[in-house]
Design a binder for this molecule. Structure first.
Ligand code: MN
Length: 258
């Protein structure tokens, strides 16, 4: 049923590659489902044009927490555009030292975005939570319900304890190759609930060998996850396809129709 899609990249900055149209064509050709996240609401129209008429590359409307401080006024545009798509990202909070100065702006952007997602319903969110996972989970618990919002924690970098809390709140986790190159990431990957694991690249911000990652590189992450979870690659492929089908169906997308 899901054999039509060869892999899933649930977080890729397609619009930040040198030639997005070419990358999208190759994703289409190799049938790699790609969630093309944006970093500012103003980038949305261009992302929509690039992905127009495409089958497996779907744009997401976002507002990166690292940009919330300098572009706070764009939150109005984000709220206005949100009825256009069920996919929202990249959004989130970043509590690391370089971004603590914009914490209040980040909180305003994140809170207003998830409130809007809750109001609209059927929204899938790709969420950044570096050094802010507890705050992200607390906001989701207060502002959203599992019936209306499905959060995916992208590149989750906190520990298994908080990951367990996130899972019990309904969160999924999109895992990339860089996470699995660290001991902490491997510990996490061994403990995540199997029915919540998705794959991503966060390209172009990760590498594959000596070049930047591309969505098709998720196959290497699936292989590594299979090894870490003591299962076969076909079985891990099936698990991720099933998880992806559940997430997409929440957003009203049938994987068989991609
Ligand atoms: Mn990202």
């Amino acid at each position: 049923m899901t054999s039509e899609v060869a892999g899933f990249d649930f977080h890729c900055h397609v619009d930040l590659y040198p030639d997005p149209a070419n990358l999208i064509s190759r994703c289409e050709g190799s049938r790699i489902f790609t969630l093309a996240v944006t970093t500012t609401p103003k980038a949305w129209p261009q992302n929509v044009r690039w992905t127009d008429g495409k089958s497996v590359v779907i744009p997401a409307l976002g507002f990166h927490p690292e940009l919330a401080g300098e572009r706070l006024s764009e939150i109005d545009l984000l709220e206005e555009l949100m009825p256009q798509t069920a996919f929202v990202g990249e959004i989130g909070l970043d509590g690391s030292p370089p971004h603590r100065g914009s914490w209040d702006a980040q909180k305003e952007v994140f809170t207003r975005t998830i409130e809007r997602a809750q109001g609209l319903g059927g929204r899938v969110l790709s969420i950044h939570s570096r050094r802010a996972a507890r705050e992200v989970l607390a906001s989701l618990a207060v502002k959203t319900t599992r019936a209306r919002v499905l959060p995916i924690l992208h590149w989750f970098s906190d520990g298994p304890g908080l990951a367990g809390e996130a899972a019990s709140q309904g969160c999924y986790f999109s895992v990339n190759s860089r996470m699995l190159a660290t001991e902490a990431g491997l510990v996490l990957a061994r403990r995540l609930p199997l029915d919540r694991i998705l794959t991503e690249t966060d390209g172009p911000f990760t590498d594959y060998g000596t070049r930047r990652s591309e969505p098709a590189d998720v196959s290497a992450t699936v292989a590594k996850l299979a090894e870490v979870r003591n299962t076969t690659q076909p079985e891990m492929t099936r698990v991720i396809a099933d998880n992806a089908a559940r997430v997409l169906s929440f957003a009203g997308v049938s994987i068989g129709n991609l």
